[in-house]
Design a protein around this ligand. Structure first.
Ligand code: HEM
Length: 527
């Protein structure tokens, strides 16, 4: 570890995997010292290269295989190491060790990202930002895979591939990149009233942050905290930047993108290098399980916030980023976050978006990181040692001793055993589930406009103007008038003045919608 650099358990573990090439001789991957790195082996001075040249072959082959697929979403990212320090105990609410003992420090790695753009795209796109935090706790990895906007576009995971296909560049010509809106995105959104709350946030200044250091983070879904007695509270997670929330204006964003598309990456890197460590307060909104139905929205609906006036955010800790990665690929690129990585004392809810996410992340990482052993990549390893009977597979690193890799067994031979709850074994909350097997949206998810209105009305006059201009800019890029018309007609349910101003600028009229408050059935004519 460099002098004056913070250190923690995770950084010490990573250190064991690091190599320094300083003052070393060049070798092949087999450790053979290389005598000439300038010329390939040829038959004669001006002759053809020989197939025998294993040094050339190894070098070129490795180079040919340097790339892995970028993330299917959130491809562009920047990350840093840091520490989470607990300032207020939640032991009353959760068994989670890292949330119980005041003063306890837990190593973290955080990756910020844009969602839609590819790896080489600009940091300043109008987009949601990812805010993914891996807590390397004593009880295993806990991932809070959060965004900088507290709600989401859709209510059910089955719509995620549609959303992403609509937002990504169009398939026939790969246009446009993340910087401007297009037919497919607004076509989909105008047919999905449930996205209206998110659209208000996305068209606001929130989606063009000044810096990653000046962004909030939200877990979005309701999760559960479970205490020693098995009592549950719904919880919403929040990160609040110590520097406050700041954005840039759209024309600033455009210019910065042209001059320095790495603006956020550079800002994060330089502030950490200069010792200006970015910090966030970590907070929770807690709702006793018995109050589940007290609200006029469903706590399981990820398009809704829990208003902070009704349930204040309690600040319980500080997240500090204090060390840049040594190697972007090994750390920021190979890290694998997953909302399903939880620890005892934290549990999921039945939010249908969250439930689908629980499948998606490992599934995508199996292909992105090349097989079932990506948990062994140094950045993904938990700080406690992994013991189980899983074995083999591509790129296996761990060498398990003994002849037994099944359980139960009577031979012994080093086989690990399940842990009781009091030994830290994870137990899912015992929750009652009943009902008919149905493929339909809960009626409690149907109000798509109240919180969109709440957000729009909470904006100051200049912020409202920015939001309006964003909609005008975006919709003016849509080539199909029917889509523009449907979208302004959706806006009328949020604010009539906003709708008519945008409509006038994009050359359409506000019309009455056939399906005002529900997603349009796939077999219906949306015109
Ligand atoms: C990344 C799926 C909703 C936050 C990803 C990735 C997938 C995915 C496949 C790429 C992971 C990788 O390659 O390692 C989904 C699905 C969703 C969903 C299926 C809904 C059904 C959300 C929501 C949030 C979110 C609601 C925020 C609360 C993130 C973040 C990343 C990510 C921050 C980037 C993680 C990183 O930095 O590596 N998502 N996502 N996603 N997702 Fe989601």
């Amino acid at each position: 570890m460099k002098d004056n650099q913070p250190t923690n358990e995770k950084l010490n573990q990573l250190e064991d995997h690091m190599t320094s090439n300083e003052n070393e001789k060049l070798t092949t991957n087999q450790g053979l010292k290389i005598n000439n790195n300038q010329d390939s082996l040829k038959a004669g001075d001006r002759g053809p290269t020989l197939l025998e040249d294993f040094i050339l072959r190894e070098k070129i082959t490795h180079f040919d295989h340097e790339r892995i697929p970028e993330r299917v979403v959130h491809a562009r990212g920047s990350g840093a190491h840091g520490v989470f320090k607990l300032t207020k105990s939640l032991a009353e609410y959760t068994r989670a060790n890292f949330l119980s003992e005041v003063g306890k420090e837990t190593p973290v790695f955080v990756r910020f990202s844009t969602v839609a753009g590819n790896r080489g795209s600009t940091d300043l796109a109008r987009d949601v930002r990812g805010f993914a935090v891996k807590f390397y706790t004593d009880e295993g990895n806990y991932d809070l895979v959060a965004n900088n906007i507290p709600v989401f576009f859709i209510q059910d995971a089955i719509k995620f591939p549609d959303l992403v296909h609509a937002v990504k560049p169009e398939p026939h010509n790969e246009i446009p990149q993340a910087q401007s809106a297009h037919d497919t995105f607004w076509d989909f959104i105008s047919l999905m009233p449930e996205s209206m709350h998110m659209i208000m946030w996305l068209m606001s200044d929130r989606s063009i942050p000044r810096s990653y250091r000046m962004m909030e983070g939200f877990g979005v879904h309701s999760f559960k905290l479970i205490n020693d007695e098995g009592k549950a509270h719904f919880v919403k997670f929040h990160f609040k930047p110590k520097l406050g929330v700041h954005s840039v204006a759209w024309d600033e964003a455009q210019r910065i993108s042209g001059v320095d598309p790495d603006f956020h990456k550079r800002d994060l890197w330089e502030s950490i290098e200069n010792g200006l460590f970015p910090e966030w307060d970590f907070g929770v909104q807690l709702i006793p399980e018995e109050d589940e139905f007290k609200y006029d929205f469903d706590l399981l609906d990820p398009t809704k916030i829990v208003p902070e006036e009704e349930v204040p955010v309690q600040l319980i800790g500080t997240l500090t980023l204090n060390k840049n990665p040594e190697n972007f690929f090994a750390e920021t690129e190979q890290i694998a976050f997953h909302p399903g990585h939880i620890v005892p004392g934290i549990d999921f809810t039945n939010d249908p978006l969250l439930q689908g996410r629980l499948f998606s992340y490992t599934d995508t990482q199996l292909i992105r990181l090349g097989g079932p052993n990506f948990h062994e990549i140094p950045i993904n390893r938990s700080v406690n040692v992994v013991h189980n009977n899983q074995r083999d597979g591509y790129m296996r690193q761990q060498i398990a001793k003994g002849k037994v890799s099944y359980e139960p067994n009577s031979i012994g031979g080093g086989c690990p055993f399940q842990a009781m709850m009091k030994e830290g074994g994870f137990v899912s909350q015992e929750a009652r589930v009943s009902g008919a097997k149905v493929r339909e949206r809960s009626k409690s998810f149907v109000d798509h406009y109240s919180q969109a209105k709440l957000f729009y009305n909470s904006q100051s006059q200049p912020e409202k103007m920015h939001l309006q201009n964003a909609l005008i800019f975006e919709l003016s890029k849509v080539t199909i008038p029917a889509i523009r018309e449907r979208m302004v007609s959706q806006l009328a349910f949020i604010n009539k003045e906003l709708a008519s101003k945008v409509a006038a600028k994009v050359g359409v009229e506000v019309k009455e919608l056939k399906f005002p408050n529900q997603s349009i059935p796939a077999d219906a004519d949306p015109s």
